[in-house]
Design a protein around this ligand. Sequence first.
Ligand code: S3P
Length: 444
Amino acid sequence: MTGHGAAEPLTAEAAGPLRGVAEIPGDKSVSHRALILGALAVGETRITGLLESEDVIRTAAAMRAFGAEVERDGGTWVVHGVGVGGFREPEDVIDCGNAGTGVRLVMGAMATTPVAATFTGDASLRRRPMGRVLDPLALFGAQAVGRRGGLLPLTLVGAETALPVQYTLPVPSAQVKSAVLLAGLNAPGETVVIENEATRDHTERMLRGFGAEIAIEEAAEGRVIRLTGQPELVPQQVAVPRDPSSAAFPVAAALMVPGSELRVPQVAMNPTRAGLFDTLVEMGADIAFENRREEGGEPVADLVVRHGPLRGVEVPPERAVSMIDEYPVLAALAATAEGRTVMRGIGELRVKECDRIDAMARGLEACGIRVEEGEDWMIVEGRPGEVEGGATVATRLDHRIAMSFLCLGLATRKPVTVDDASPIATSFPGFVPLMRSLGARIGG
Ligand code: S3P
């Protein structure tokens, strides 16, 4: 498990083009939510395409600890839920590993049920701010005792008599929004969340799918989401779409490595997640979006990606929210593009699995790339065909930093090593074998 075992260094080096079909695993955000809502519905929810990664397996274990039955039956995950308000008290500490989404959503889901639970995680998760969810959960009547600064480990005592809440998000965070909505499920009356920027909307879509009453309105103050509390959630068949944030890595690698051509089928194209693809098109990337359609309530497309010259761009700051997890791989790609790529409005990257602005800047500099950075921005000077590489980069328990530098190493003059590739298992366990099958040279 991440952060517990020995570090696993891995090296990527330039070889031939990447070619073939990249089958991407299930979406991490949707997978967490399917398990949690399945646990809050009475009866049997069946989930296909669930991402079987460390983060998601931790959430499955958390749902078992709160009393739901969660089993794998062939390729389908079966959840026997306990109903809204039906969580029992876990007997032991809930260890969410590396998963910020897991711990924040599960805390939300239990905050309005009168049980106590203690949460912890790996060294990365124990450094990440939990106050952003504990503040609104306190308005429902939940009480938390933890380390100074709202850090894990912490114990959350769910509200005895929950109150509904109206909350305006102080940071654009789908995790905070989702924690509030999940808490609102077991509060009487109407819980209202207002967001100034539209963050990923999987929770709203899925709540509606499970039969909750949820109304969304675009108002002057932003998106207003109203949830009617104490519904009876109806178990569902959930088909998890493929993760665009994972697809980003083979797509970026194909754009970087000369002669490459990849087909990436069935990628989720939810507009609250697809900002990277707009940016890549602006950079001049050769990407075709074929067979656009709806699957399991989410828009999807088959991507065909071909290598070609890219130019640096200025990414509009208002797009950050729809590609927040893709800046590490964009920064790696920008190193191979002509000119400067300017990324602003990305302060949230400092509180992800690691400080991603710092991790990318230091890693790219070690590979011979000029980077400028500030509190919430970063500028990368590209050197097409001339990225030096030849560095060992610290991945800081961050899967996306590890994968970004392994992709970059496929297009540098000298190999690039990541000091620890084990965090990749938190979101994309098959990443290295997949990349090798496409022609990448990645070795231990
Ligand atoms: C996620 C929301 C985002 C994202 C994370 C997954 C989610 O985090 O970075 O990988 O599933 O809700 P924030 O809510 O902190 O922006």
